[in-house]
Design a binder for this molecule. Sequence first.
Ligand SMILES: *Cc1c(COP(=O)(O)O)cnc(C)c1O
Length: 397
Amino acid sequence: MTGAPQDPALAWLDKAASLISGHPVNVDEVLGATLAQREEEAERHMFFPTGPVGDFAALRPFQEVLWNNIGSAGSNPPGGNHTKSLERALLEWAANLFDLPADDWWGNATTGGTAGNRAGLLTARDRFPRTPYGMTTAVAYYSAAAHYSVPKMLHELNIPAVRVHTDAYGELDYEHLARSIRPDASAIVTVTAGTTMTEAVDDPRRVHEVLDAAGVPGRYVHCDGALSAIPLALDMELITEGVDSVSLSGYKFLGTPRVCGLVVGRNAASRRSQHVSYIASIDDTPVGSIDGLPIAMMWYTVATHGNEGLRDQAYAARQLASYAENRLNAVGWPAWRHPWAFTVVFPTPPASIQQRWPLATDANGQSHLVCMPRTTKEQVDAFVAEMAEVGWHRASA
Ligand SMILES: *Cc1c(COP(=O)(O)O)cnc(C)c1O
């Protein structure tokens, strides 16, 4: 592993030698450099769906101590140093938001969207028979716009997987899905609510139509809603009919200042779990020990804003995205967005822009800007001003 020459941690490695010979490391300098690196880019960091966060001062006393939410949401590990009651309330809120049956859902707090995808896909695999050699008999399908964690987890879980095309706007190509389906095998389909590049949303109803027509023996639909599941569900725009599980990242729409996530699904009895005497808990989780502080932060965001407040934030963020789209077009950049999206898509700008702004860019020459609830108009204006200076036609000529 190599780092940039100015990497504060590498500078520390040089100094570690002097530590051994008795000269103390300047810890303040190393920590200061790490913070400075963050601050230098913070104003221009609006191309990934995170952002400056809200006020979490109420949780400051929680930061000095260890919280370990090991084990299932339903059980309290011994010792009291957990936020399990907040975890239960948060998961119940999510199950309710995603219309899961009140008496038959499961859920876990996770380390992020990736772990949620793993939990959903593992639950899917456990629903279908295995061959005498232990291989799953199901086949998984995911779109070319699915997050990279989806094929990664299908690989880790040893589930045979088929990659399906998307349309030009990033939504699953249902006709290509129909041509790709193996009618003799149960199907595990991952749909995305908010793809990483264009914030496209796949329609599980159309997936079910394809599966009905193919006559597959069994099915499981997992929704990767890392960014958009919450804001779409708040507007009743998220289709959860026939969706078996939904995962999301807590630090995206909920804006927690710690990386985290959650996953919820229907049909609790079908999930693998074990009683662990040593932690006096049931374990049905995708991880072992998990930090209870980010879980408390997700709960705090929901508890302080309420659905109404979160909906208002989503609305304001979409307004800003619409403003950014219009401004980019007004200065000659052909930008577009899905009507529900925080994400504005435009052709990849030239290197001069890329050097200053930490853009997210794909292999098809597309880049984007993500207007999250905490992105400001000033940030958008600063970016648009530089884009105007470069100009699209000059850039593409
Ligand atoms: C961010 C994201 C993920 C992964 O989430 P992590 O929290 O980074 O693990 C998965 N899917 C989509 C669509 C995402 O946007």
